[in-house]
Design a protein around this ligand. Structure first.
Ligand code: FAD
Ligand code: NAD
Length: 464
């Protein structure tokens, strides 16, 4: 096959890579995107954000139907689980959305090369398909968007039977009787919730003395209490040192505590950058001590015209961060301008209730002795939250003591993931807490809790 030259070749069609490809095409570039999978969308769409949210929704509906509708005066008998149908629906959601990206590529005339991409000494991309056949794709610019893969810890071999990654745990053909989860981060809480709702006993082993490291401490304490009430068993300060797998299940060894036995174990201790076979070592592309590719303010690596974005660089490992970086990177290539505001990145855990955060945590501000004001409003003071029977949780806003500029917002409660968007917009525009509460919020909506939290910053919440 003859060599082809593109303005931009992107390696990886996850939310970073495919969004960058579409934006670059809008900007007039001739773009190609290399991905080893036939389904476009990367980790996020195939085995991450989307399938996990599909199962979170289905498992929540199952639990609600089986146990929580009585309070609304709805009686349901004989609720049963058809796990195969639930998994089939999840797969259908994934294939529909992946087909959608293929359609967008077609519309934007973006060429998809299926195969593993590696960069050669001539700064071209060699694409090798599953049969070992290679072709060389030449590019003026190369963007590495190869994402991440599940990480492990010493003593835990992910190739063992019943020692699972998030990918495995999104496709169990029956709920494990006892599922142990190593790590009380995003995946531990979301996937742990799915299987608890579907009938598994779930034990989460966490090295730290808290869940959700990095999130506001008060938010994390409330989340911990809430999920414990829901039936998840937490073993905090549990440093896992090894896992043995046998016919009867798994044995998880911990430092200074008895081992835990379970049927399966989900290892959710973080993710590692995906750079294997990419040619980064041969090309001398610089990486940090944890293996993430390092870039400058233009997302350019130490090699001219080779860029990197998303999970493979050391920024927050979130789909929307990868998207922002992909857009900013190609805008910089095409126009010289492009920007990501890392101070205003919302983060959402899609449990029930949802947990959402943006900006600085109260604990972080305290540690820095930054003078701040804080306002907290409980959903129990919100009419809509009662109407939908979800009055647990709170909104907390922290603002600068002198200027009142909003520094951070932390929410646990109904639809927190959508409520945080208003707060992110406010912060993006440099709003004060007063700006938020002087904005009229419709009644009865959950967003009134955001307004009341902003009022609480000045000690003037009405329904508190
Ligand atoms: P990826 O999505 O990892 O895509 C990289 C692509 O490149 C993959 O298709 C990979 O196969 C391909 N690739 C790698 N190397 C090569 C190569 N050499 N040649 C060709 N192709 C290659 N984030 C959120 O914001 N919200 C969520 O709700 C959320 N939920 C998640 C749930 C789970 C279970 C997991 C695992 C992750 C979740 N994430 C979530 C994180 C999110 O998936 C990642 O941050 C995001 O996918 C990163 O995007 P990316 O484009 O950098 O890389
Ligand atoms: P995480 O970083 O969120 O949590 C890992 C947890 O494992 C931490 O609490 C850590 O203290 C603990 N841990 C590490 N070593 C341990 C040990 N030896 N013993 C016991 N506990 C140990 O990682 P994750 O949950 O695997 O998720 C990976 C990434 O994927 C997240 O950081 C996030 O960026 C992304 N993600 C996002 C979402 C979302 O946005 N809703 C959902 C899932 C995943």
């Amino acid at each position: 096959m003859p060599d082809t030259t593109h303005d931009l070749v992107i390696i990886g069609a996850g939310p970073g890579g495919y969004v960058a490809a579409i934006r670059a095409a809008q900007l007039g570039m001739d773009v190609a995107c290399v991905d080893e999978h036939s389904q476009l969308g990367g980790t996020c769409l195939r085995v991450g954000c989307i399938p996990s949210k599909a199962l979170l929704e289905s498992s929540h509906l199952y639990e609600q139907t089986a146990h929580e509708l009585g309070v609304h005066g709805i009686k349901v008998k004989d609720v049963s689980l058809d796990l195969k149908a639930m998994l089939d629906r999840k797969d259908k959601v994934v294939s529909t959305l992946s087909g959608g990206i293929a359609g967008l590529f077609k519309k934007s005339k973006i060429k998809h090369y299926q195969g593993t991409g590696s960069i050669n000494a001539d700064k071209a991309v060699v694409v090798t398909d599953s049969k070992g056949k290679s072709q060389t794709v030449k590019a003026k610019n190369i963007l590495i968007a190869t994402g991440s893969r599940p990480a492990s810890i010493p003593g835990v071999d992910l190739s063992l039977d019943k020692v699972d990654t998030s990918t495995d745990a999104l496709s169990y053909d029956k709920p494990p009787k006892h599922l142990a989860v190593i790590g009380a981060g995003y995946i531990g809480l979301e996937i742990g919730s799915i299987w608890r709702r579907l009938g598994s006993k779930v034990t989460v082993l966490e090295y730290l003395d808290r869940v959700l490291p990095g999130m506001d401490a008060q938010l994390a304490r409330h989340a911990h209490r809430t999920f414990e009430k829901q039936g998840i068993n937490y073993e905090l300060k549990s440093r896992v040192t090894g896992v043995k797998s046998g016919k009867q299940g798994v044995t998880i060894e911990r430092e200074g505590a008895d081992p835990v036995k379970a049927d399966r174990v989900l290892v959710a201790v973080g993710r590692a950058p995906h750079t294997e076979g990419l040619g980064v070592e041969e090309m001398g592309i610089e990486r940090d001590s944890r293996g993430f590719i390092t870039v400058d303010e233009n997302f350019q690596t130490n090699i001219h015209n080779i860029y990197a974005i998303g999970d493979v660089i050391p920024t927050m490992m979130l789909a929307h961060v990868a998207e922002e970086e992909g857009i900013a990177c190609v805008e910089k290539i095409a126009t010289g301008y492009g920007h990501v505001n890392y101070d205003v990145i919302p983060a959402v855990v899609f449990t029930h209730p949802e947990i959402a955060s943006v900006g600085r945590s109260e604990s972080g501000l305290k540690d820095e002795a930054h003078e701040y004001k804080s306002g907290l409003f409980n959903f129990k003071g919100n009419g809509r939250a009662h109407a939908i029977e979800q009055a647990d949780g709170f909104v907390k806003i922290v603002s600068d003591k002198k200027t009142d500029r909003v520094l951070g917002v932390h929410i646990i409660g109904p639809d927190a993931g959508s409520l945080i968007a208003e707060c992110a917009s406010a912060m993006q525009y440099g709003a004060t807490a007063e700006d938020i509460y002087r904005t009229c919020h419709a009644h009865p909506t959950l967003s009134e809790a955001v307004k009341e939290a902003a009022m609480a910053v000045d000690g003037r919440a009405i329904h508190a």
